[in-house]
Design a protein around this ligand. Structure first.
Ligand code: ZN
Length: 237
């Protein structure tokens, strides 16, 4: 995986592109600001403006390294197009995703060594994280949203930096979940999301640039999944 355009230009929501390949209901573009999803995060949604009109982009499918934009109807546009990313959807996912890093950091701080066993960020403003946490009371976990909101209110900067992948592998706590860590770039660099003083974590998703950009965060449910796993469900208020 190369570095995504949305990593390099997080504020790019509209741009020109050229269709490289088309089939009914799907296209491959020469460039796209869409985040393809992955690591539990849904892809961006949006629209494609082409010679025949405007068609919604309802998802992204990567097949053998080729990134297909899946369209809302069976058109097969060619030539020059305009790509538009749904900024509201991007923002909702970025808020939930950034908040999930904060939650992860608080769990890791209070229950050292805890591993993330799964994570999912949905387009409807909800998400969940699964932790390997066998001995903890569910009420203690449910109360963590107070701590997440305290960090949101502190207005901490969120930056993305690139570090050497081999260095990252030996830094304790940097890769807490292999399932959400992005693959290194071709140059062997790993993308790290740094929430000022709170958390440093390998991640390929979309995030806020400051925690204060998040709406209030609420834990809606804590469930036990099997003997060891706890599932924390959350939403934006
Ligand atoms: Zn992330």
């Amino acid at each position: 995986m190369a570095v995504y355009l949305c990593h390099e230009q997080p504020d790019l929501y509209e741009h020109d592109a050229t269709v490289l390949a088309a089939a009914p209901g799907r296209v491959v573009l020469d460039r796209s600001a869409f985040h393809p999803g992955g690591g539990g995060q849904v892809s961006d949604l949006g629209w494609l403006e082409h010679a025949g009109g405007v068609v919604p982009v309802v998802g992204i499918e990567s097949i053998d390294g080729t990134v297909w934009h899946v369209l809302g109807d069976d058109v097969a546009p060619t030539g020059a197009v305009v790509v538009r990313v749904d900024a509201d959807q991007r923002s909702r996912v970025a808020q939930l995703h950034t908040d999930s890093h904060i939650l992860n950091a608080l769990v890791f701080e209070q229950f050292p060594g805890t591993l993330v066993t799964g994570a999912q960020i949905n387009s409807d403003g909800t998400g969940r994280m699964d932790f390997d946490l066998s001995e903890v009371d569910n009420d203690a976990l449910r109360a963590l949203d107070g701590g997440v909101n305290a960090v949101i209110n502190q207005g901490l900067d969120v930056r993305s930096v690139y570090v050497d992948a081999t260095e990252a592998a030996t830094t304790k706590g940097l890769v807490r979940s292999l399932s959400v860590a992005p693959p290194p770039t071709p140059e062997g660099r790993l993308r790290i999301i740094d929430i000022q003083g709170i958390d440093r974590q390998a991640c390929g998703g979309t995030h806020l640039s400051n925690t204060a950009q998040s709406a209030p965060f609420r834990i809606t449910k804590v469930e036990s999944k099997g003997k060891r796993n706890r599932r924390i469900r959350f939403a934006l208020d």
